[in-house]
Design a protein around this ligand. Sequence first.
Ligand SMILES: [Zn+2]
Length: 493
Amino acid sequence: MIQLIFFLLLYFKTKPMLNKLLWMSLFLTGFMVSSQNDLPKNKAILKNSVSNHQSDLINISDEIWSLAETAFEENKSSKILADYAEKNGFRVERGVAGMPTAFVATYGSGKPVISILGEFDALPGISQKALPTKEALNEGAAGHGCGHNLFGAASLGAAIAIKELMELGKIKGTVKFFGTPSEEKYFGKIWMVREGLWNDVDVNISWHPSAETKADTQSSLALIDFKVEFYGQAAHASADPWNGRSASDALELYTTGINYYREHVKPTVRMHYHIQDGGQVVNVVPDYSRLWMRVRDTKRSGLMPVYERVIKMAEGAAIMANVDYKVSLISGIYELLVNRAGEEVMQNNLELLGPITYTDKEIAFGKKIQEVTGKDQVGMDSNIRPLELTKDHPGGGSTDVGDVSWNVANINLGVTTAPKGTPWHSWAVVACGGMSIGHKGMLYASNAMAMTMYDLFKDPQLVTKIKAEYKERKGKEVYKAIIPDGPPPIPKN
Ligand SMILES: [Zn+2]
């Protein structure tokens, strides 16, 4: 009402018609922003900011989608995001923590410091067009089968919206966007954590593309990755095999041991291996073999005894094949520390925004994917889930956001970017991430995260409450990054 009286006074005091029109349009813009979706005024301004950047964010996401760069080789993808942050007034530090594709973009100063994560790496071998049936964009190339093209763009959109609200003088403090590489292979965030990049941050926000929309109250699995190598002696496989000591024999004996051991681990334990080198040709006794081994469990405490055991098995296999062996740690990640106080804030904002709506064309696209992948043809599910109880054993995958969550209070979000039941890390996720179903989820995530960050900037007591829960959940446990000393394993070109 005050706005209306103020406007009428100015309107009738203003003489020229052109000025009257200007005042009228300013008033209408203000009115539209404050009544948008019945959002509180500053949240409506944030939503407006995201919407102003919408076409840029979609372009950024699509470019990263087309590039589909994998672990530590995301040079162009990282640059696209860093450049856009810089263009929007952020101070950008590139190549942090010894990783050329890691960066930090900062705006503002002082407390509170609220940060947001952005991933951008793809998965090898799942190139796909933005079509609901399997068809590679570039045969054998990588694809965004985890939706990280949407991940980075959405988070940057949220950070920029917050920056624009700071410019309007509505909130004070610092917003940081962390460009975090190689989530899929080496877990780049661990090196950033070891560098202490979250030491001055009060609360961190993260999200992940998903087949459902919810404030995420579940943890993720801890894991450890290591390499096992066997060194034997080469010989002709037929002329003098008795002179050979086979590294591939050792490798087979090793995996046999692992597969017998599966019967005796707890149901929460997962073990996977990828044979990277099992010899080159059939007529040579191979003198070298290598596999990448991974052990997971709900918590690190359950993981470590299994890890000790499977390391010992490498020695057993080497003794049997009469070869030498070497075990090298690659990296390991912590389970996620949930923060329910933070998730409640996110939940309120999801309920304010309401579910994503889809066109008939999008629903048909989703159903086609479900038909092809053998799922119920129900389309997308973007209903806001009620806040779930935190399970002791959540199952599912792992994420290096876990390591961040042991160093700063973390709030996590999942947003629908693919139809219900979509097989993850597959062509179907790539397809949705390159078209409007993915774009809608991305923009939605931007809004939800910007609004949640706003609540934190606005209410210091909320930040205190979230930090108190973080401290309590962490308890006496001292975090130590599970990575070897020295620099990250950046591939040499
Ligand atoms: Zn992912």
